[in-house]
Every structure is written in structure tokens, then in C-alpha cells.
Design a protein around this ligand. Structure first.
Ligand code: NIG
Ligand code: FE
Length: 390
């Protein structure tokens, strides 16, 4: 196996407290890292103690962090909704019903055009340092269109999520229960083989507690892991349901009461915050501090979608988390890497210590703090995925 030594790393964020300063970020100053041609990290430590390797890369004093793990994105869709965004910026509220507009465009799109849009968004994410991304269906809402979305997503990631329960499509408006039967029956049957996860938009205007429970339970019975769009637009049962069913993640978490916070803090369910949504819908941000102080595991993700938040940028979400949700830069960077990995129940990504995948980002900055300190500046200079610079 060929080994490569990355040296002259000004600051290396390992996310492994066994390394460096012993903090959660496990930051090593003046560091080096050895990766192998199998795409794994084999050694991290101080540059002066680095072992010999076959190849050598000088990082020039820059900062290296784990590749971002974007654990929540909706990338299989057609069309765009910039007019809705403009209306919101003039005072209109966000409405979940806008999803149906994208459903119409997505159903009408060819496989080729959906695949092109998806590939271009994945490439956009990669350029900004995202090396693992979860991709949901949810803009097809028929057996054919949902399974097509998942098959397309599966060409880019193993983290595929069946979100047939995104909204009740207009043709089922008069009989939402029949739509839940479709999602939990034939649609799930067609989609389960192409998905790792099942998700539901548990919100008034989408799916209530009973329907959400039925959807998640059916998915779990088919071997899928659960995740929930929870408490986004108002208080609701989503977070409690997610924790009760052992979901990997409750996403949004914008409107939480004390019991929701306590449930998240005492469970393995990660609270995934999506501050790009609050930015793009001009809504109040989730209370990240309350979650962190209660001991909940917090992840940050983009929620990239054409409606509520059309950013693909994890650095932007980090900057928002720091500025608008009072997370420290260290908490935000951890949440965007290790937090995302926890939300996907992965231990091979989101960290840079021996055994992890060599998925990493080189920042044109001396420290990870610059991700929030220099908002909007393209600091990502190199992205390595599976040990290869792309
Ligand atoms: O996560 N909340 C539900 N789904 C997306 C929005 C989708 C849309 O508006 O098209 C979200 O915000
Ligand atoms: Fe979402």
C-alpha cells in the first residue's frame, strides 16, 4: 500500500480528543498526517515526529479539518423557487405547500435532467468541502418518482433517505390517509432497497403524529433507520417521536420545549440544526445553546433544497451558527463534521485519526476559526476524498 505524508499542517482538527490539546476538536498544531492508498488515515501527530512515507505533500502551514458531513439535503428536484424567496424577503411567510410546486416540476423532468442537476449540486458541495452528503427523495411522491429519485441519489451517496412523506400531494388532498397507506405500502416496498433511511415531515400542514409514527414504523420494519423533520414551523410532536423511535436525528428543532430538550439530551437522537433555513425564511433561529448546555449532540447541515434554503455551503452554515446561534467556532466546526457523522451513525467520517476515511479539507487559513471569522470567503483550497485529492 502506498502512503502519503501531508506535512506542514499549521493546525489539524482531528475531532479525536485523544490527540493534540485533548479538547473535543483534538487540535494538533504544526501537525502531519499519513494516509494510505486504501483511503484511510494511518497516523496523525506533530510534524517533528512524523514517520516516513512514500509520497510527500506540503500543506504550507494551512489548516486541515475533516471533510464536512452534510447530513440533510434534498438534491433530487427540478426547477427553482427564487420568486418565493423574493416574496419572503418582502414579508411573506414560508409555506410548506411550496413543496408541491417542486413536485410538479420534478415529476415532469427527464431522468437525464434530474441527474444533471443532482450531479452539479454534489459537485458544488464538494468544492465547498463536503465529502459526505445525505440525499433525500421527497419531490416525486409517486411510486415511480420516489424510487427514481433514490436510484439517482444512490449513484452519489450511500446515505439515501426515502421521504415519500414530505407532503400530501394534491391528488390525495381529499384523502390524506390513503396517501399514508401508499407511502407505507407500495411506495416503501419500491423504495426500501434504494434507501438507508426513512424520513417524515412531521408538522401541521404535512403529517401529524399518528401518520408520522405509521410512516417511521413501517420504514423501521423494512430495516431503514429513522430521521424526522421535526418542530420546524411550530411546536409539535416530532422531536418526542424521533427520540421514542430511536431515530438517528431530529432535524430543524426550531421550536422546542423543555421536554423536547430533555428527550434529546437523554437519547442517542442527534439534534440537527439547519440555520440556512432560518436565514432563507427570515425565521427565528433554533436555541442551540440550550441544546448544547443540556448535553444534546448537535449537528449542522444545509437542508439544501429549492424552497426553504438553497445553499449548499457548510462554511456558510458554520458562520450562521456562530453569529446567529451563539455556537463557538469550535462547536460549529465539530457539529458540521463529527456531529453530521453522528447524525448518520457513522464513525468512519467526521474525524481524522487512524482508521478514519481520509476525507479532508485544506483551508487557506491558519485556523478553523476563520470559517466563521471570514464569512463568505472561499477558504476551501483542496478537498481530499478517500485519500485522493479531487
Ligand atoms: O426541510 N421541511 C420540509 N422540507 C424542506 C423544505 C422543502 C421545500 O420547501 O421545498 C425543509 O425545509
Ligand atoms: Fe429538509
Amino acid at each position: 500500500m502506498v502512503t502519503t505524508l501531508l506535512s506542514a499542517i499549521g493546525s489539524l482538527v482531528t475531532n479525536d480528543p485523544a490527540h493534540g490539546d485533548g479538547s473535543r476538536l483534538g487540535e494538533i498544531k504544526n501537525a502531519a498526517m499519513v494516509i494510505d492508498s486504501g483511503g484511510r488515515v494511518v497516523w496523525v501527530g506533530e510534524a517533528t515526529r512524523a514517520p516516513a512515507a512514500d509520497m510527500f505533500v506540503d500543506v504550507g502551514g494551512r489548516c486541515v479539518i475533516p471533510g464536512f458531513v452534510d447530513s440533510h439535503a434534498h438534491l433530487v428536484f427540478a426547477g427553482e423557487r427564487s420568486a418565493e424567496f423574493a416574496a419572503r424577503m418582502s414579508g411573506e411567510p414560508y409555506r410548506a405547500g411550496g413543496i408541491r410546486t417542486t413536485v410538479q416540476h420534478t415529476r415532469a423532468a427527464t431522468d437525464e435532467s434530474l441527474a444533471l442537476n443532482l450531479a452539479s449540486l454534489i459537485a458544488e458541495m464538494h468544492r465547498q468541502g463536503t465529502t459526505t452528503v445525505e440525499v433525500k427523495s421527497g419531490y416525486g411522491l409517486t411510486v415511480r418518482d420516489e424510487s427514481r429519485a433514490l436510484m439517482l441519489a444512490g449513484q452519489h451517496t450511500d446515505e439515501t433517505t426515502f421521504l415519500g412523506a414530505h407532503v400530501v400531494p394534491s391528488e390525495f388532498e381529499q384523502d390524506p390517509a390513503a396517501y399514508v397507506d401508499l407511502v407505507t405500502g407500495p411506495m416503501l416496498e419500491a423504495c426500501a432497497a434504494h434507501a438507508r433511511w426513512i424520513d417524515v415531515f412531521c408538522e401541521s400542514g404535512a403529517f401529524d403524529a399518528d401518520a408520522s409514527r405509521a410512516v417511521l414504523t413501517a420504514g423501521i420494519e423494512q430495516g431503514l433507520g429513522a430521521r424526522v423533520h421535526a418542530n420546524q414551523l411550530g411546536p409539535g410532536p416530532g422531536v418526542q417521536l424521533a427520540c421514542e423511535l430511536g431515530a438517528a436525528s431530529a432535524d430543524h428543532c426550531t421550536y422546542l420545549d423543555d421536554a423536547d430538550i430533555a428527550a434529546l439530551a437523554s437519547s442517542d437522537t442527534v439534534a440537527t440544526l439547519l440555520p440556512g433555513v432560518e436565514f432563507s425564511t427570515r425565521s427565528p433561529y433554533p436555541d442551540a445553546r440550550r441544546l448544547l448546555e443540556a448535553g444534546a449532540t448537535v449537528a449542522l447541515a444545509t437542508d439544501c433544497n429549492p424552497g426553504s434554503c438553497f445553499t449548499s455551503s457548510m462554511p456558510f452554515c458554520i458562520a450562521l451558527a456562530v453569529r446567529e446561534m451563539a455556537m463557538t467556532p469550535a462547536e460549529a466546526v465539530w457539529a458540521a463534521t463529527a456531529g453530521g457523522a453522528a447524525a448518520l451513525r457513522r464513525d468512519d467520517v467526521g474525524r481524522l485519526s487512524p482508521g478514519a476515511r481520509a476525507d479532508l479539507v485544506v483551508l487557506d487559513a491558519p485556523s478553523y476559526i476563520h470559517l466563521a471569522y471570514r464569512p463568505g470567503v472561499p477558504l476551501v483550497t483542496d478537498v481530499w476524498k478517500d485519500g485522493r485529492r479531487a
